[in-house]
Design a protein around this ligand. Structure first.
Ligand code: UDP
Length: 260
């Protein structure tokens, strides 16, 4: 764990206890070091996957910073009296870090997203930050990491581009696994798993209005727009979060009773 900010342990992960603006600033300060630092932003779905797959949990343990992407995690932190100030999502970190990158002359690389979407997002980010240096974009086909030839050529392209900030937008759990497996081979500063961030930034997928995000209803917005892809994730798999949260609540409660 490289991050120097206050952390609180929830669900077995060390969440950084900072608002978005401070997260962006802290990451911007470390991006130039070329240490391959990992930044993950779990939501409820990630927590469910972690619970059912110990190798994914191990990957998460390697993170240098963990920020709460999902509102239920923020609510839970308040419930157990160890409040996280707000959500820090991949979709918000990307534009924030691009702004800092343009200011500081840090180079960014984007891996993932659809070939007709990610370049649009990059164009938008560049329009917002004319001094932004985009060191490269790669949108390899689904499952590329299982094909050694493609995977190695992607790693080589990134390594030669030598970015300070690498955004990995492959969805969970693949983006975190890939980032963790390859962090030392990429010659990158910070490596962030950012899910569907470029779908939103491109404008191709409309993000939930702010009031829905605040109420923790972003998942419902996404479900209504992409029911075929997302119903199983939100309505079946993520229901397991209720049990996970209950067990964690009991654990946190007994921990506190034990210390008072
Ligand atoms: N994606 C990709 N390669 C893949 C699978 C997914 O680039 O093999 C991209 C996809 O285009 C999308 C993102 O990964 O932009 C995953 O989005 P999702 O909505 O699942 O992520 P979330 O933000 O919910 O974690």
């Amino acid at each position: 764990m490289e991050g120097t900010m206050e952390v609180i342990e929830l669900f077995g992960l060390a969440f950084s206890q900072v608002p978005l603006s401070e997260a962006i600033e802290a990451l911007g300060k470390r991006a130039g070091e070329k240490k391959g630092l990992l930044v993950f932003t779990p939501n409820v779905d990630h927590l469910v996957l972690i619970e059912t797959d110990s190798s994914y949990r191990n990957v998460y343990q390697e993170a240098d910073w963990v920020f709460a992407d999902g509102m239920p995690i923020v609510w839970f932190s308040r419930l157990v009296g160890r409040p996280l100030p707000e959500r820090v999502t991949g979709a918000d970190l990307v534009p924030g870090l691009c702004r800092i990158a343009a200011e500081k002359g840090l180079r960014v690389f984007i891996l993932g997203g659809a070939p007709d979407v990610t370049p649009l997002a990059a164009e938008r980010l560049f329009k917002m930050n004319p001094r932004l240096e985009i060191a490269g974009i790669a949108t390899p086909p689904q499952g590329f990491e299982n094909d050694d030839a493609i995977n190695l050529s992607i790693i080589d392209v990134i390594k030669r581009a030598s970015p300070d900030i690498l955004f990995v937008a492959l969805g969970a759990p693949r983006q975190e696994i890939w980032a963790c497996q390859n962090r030392d081979r990429l010659n990158a500063g910070i490596i962030l798993g950012v899910g569907g961030a470029f779908d939103f930034i491109s404008g191709r997928t409309k993000r939930a209005p702010a009031w829905m995000q605040k109420l923790g209803l972003e998942w419902l917005w996404r479900l209504v727009r992409e029911p075929k892809r997302l119903w199983k994730r939100y309505l079946v798999r993520d229901m397991r979060f209720i049990g996970i949260a209950y067990r964690e609540w009991r654990k946190q409660r007994s921990g506190r009773l034990g210390t008072t």
